[in-house]
Design a protein around this ligand. Structure first.
Ligand SMILES: *Cc1c(COP(=O)(O)O)cnc(C)c1O
Length: 458
């Protein structure tokens, strides 16, 4: 699709709609003439040049990429109206689109009933899930893996709940034995399972955790902010397929969070929370003199902790799903390419004389480190930081990211590496590449060769 053409059509379509309401004179206080705008715009676009090329296949660092053109057109077109999905009266069309996209996400996870809505982010979506957890299990705490997103600990403090970090195994997954030890204490009301950790893409054993709910009467919440769309590859044939168990088990869990602004091709400002039991809506009830609910239908603002939310976010996701639906044949193909790229790069690293794989990727995050002499944590830490910097500063740049691996985690995977005393803090930085652009698949050989060169050149 031709983005320029459709951005032009977006302004025309909204103008045609606006023209139906008759002419009016824009207020002179808002007037900006073209010359002044041109000057400001030039400075503005100049300043935006100070960015990393997230769009380019040679950017293989953090979880960043531009939205799909369909999402851009959907967002900008709706933004010209600027509906607020707080209430149906704030944006009837986009509120309906929000319901539809949330229903599609619920179907993807296999929920047969649901209550859910979009949020501004995964953090707020998880906050909502933990808030409901607190209302249902007052006085009890939340358990999450030591590798869970850092915001779980923070949100426990916000909610006045006690957080219980649970140790992980040698693949970065929550240890269920350690979890059960904590649950026996009777102080935990809800367990957060991460389906795709932000650091390594590790998938907690959601399926095996179901039995713990029976034994200990806890709620299960799944944080699939990053990994959620990998559900589309669960049990798939071919190299990109991933074990189905944990993903199918999400259907049995009490709530789940997913970030369409990570793997759903959306601009920032798009997370989602879904509850399996629609009855939890009662905890959100509020009454306010400002809200202007005119129908008896449930308004999205009645089931969300946030008030104003961009209708444009729902519009962008809706338009994207019309073209790339959350199905194995739709969006699934986008994730499959990144997954194959991660496996291919891992194979290249495994047979390299200059790099070593930190662990085999479960999803599309590759973790690795330079092979250095002496083989110590502090030498690996320095070398990883050097390669990161040299990659960005090069004439033929590659953009990676680093991840801090703690001493215990490192030793569990690589017992031969000496955990020396000067290691920075308690562990070593390693290299990490999130291959979330399908184009990565065609560039893995190049990325690998460049990173090997950077290690050799040290
Ligand atoms: C990114 C992420 C979050 C936080 O989501 P934001 O949208 O960045 O607020 C929470 N959990 C996991 C597993 C994540 O990857």
């Amino acid at each position: 699709m031709d983005l320029q053409h459709w951005l032009g059509r977006a302004t025309e379509a909204i103008q045609e709609w606006a023209d139906g309401y008759g002419p009016y004179r824009p207020h002179p206080s808002l007037h900006v003439d073209d010359d002044r705008f041109a000057a400001a715009f030039q400075e503005f676009t100049g300043r935006l040049g100070d960015n990393y090329p997230f769009f380019h296949p040679h950017y293989a660092g953090q979880m960043l990429k531009p939205p799909h053109p369909a999402a851009v057109v959907g967002y900008l077109t709706a933004m010209l109206i600027n509906p607020n999905n707080h209430a149906l009266d704030g944006g009837p069309a986009t509120a309906r689109m929000e319901r539809e996209v949330v229903a599609r996400l619920a179907t993807m996870f296999g929920y047969d009933t649901h209550l859910g809505h979009l949020t501004t982010s995964g953090t707020i979506a998880n906050l909502e899930a933990l808030f409901i957890a607190r209302e249902l299990h007052p006085g009890q705490g939340i358990a999450y893996s030591a590798d869970a997103h850092y915001t779980h600990g923070r949100m426990c403090r916000v909610l006045g709940m006690k957080g219980y970090p649970v140790p992980t195994d040698d693949r970065g997954r929550m240890s269920l034995d350690a979890l059960e030890d904590i649950l026996r204490g009777g102080e935990v009301g809800t367990v957060v399972l991460t389906a795709g950790t932000t650091g390594l893409g590790a998938v907690d054993p959601v399926d095996q955790a179901l039995a713990l709910r029976e034994r200990h009467g806890v709620r299960l919440h799944v944080d699939a902010a990053y990994g959620g769309f990998f559900t589309l590859l669960a049990g798939a044939e071919g190299p990109e397929g991933i074990p189905a168990g944990p993903w199918r088990a999400i259907a049995e869990c009490d709530s789940v969070v997913i970030d369409p602004h990570k793997h759903g091709l959306q601009p920032y400002g798009c997370g989602a929370v879904l509850f399996r039991d629609p009855g939890v809506g009662r905890f959100y009830l509020h009454d306010s003199p400002y809200t202007y609910f005119t129908s008896s239908e449930l308004h999205l603002g009645e089931i969300s902790l946030e008030c104003s939310r961009a209708g444009a976010s729902a519009a962008a996701l809706w338009l994207t799903f019309q073209l790339l639906p959350p199905t194995p044949a739709g969006l699934g193909q986008v994730l499959a390419a990144g997954r194959r790229a991660a496996l291919r790069w891992s194979d290249l690293i495994t047979s390299s004389n200059f790099l070593e794989l930190y662990q085999r990727p479960e999803l599309d995050i590759v973790s690795y480190f330079p092979l250095v002499e002496p083989t110590t944590l502090s030498a690996i830490d320095t070398a990883s930081a050097d390669v990161l910097r040299a990659g960005m500063d090069s004439d033929d740049p590659v953009f990676l990211s680093t991840l801090k691996a703690d001493r215990t985690a490192f030793s569990a995977r690589h017992p031969k590496v000496t955990a020396d005393a000067d290691a920075d803090g308690d562990g070593a930085r390693i290299l990490r590449s999130v291959l979330m652009k399908p184009e990565s698949e065609d560039h893995v050989e190049h990325l690998h060769a460049r990173v090997e060169e950077l290690v050799r050149a040290r």
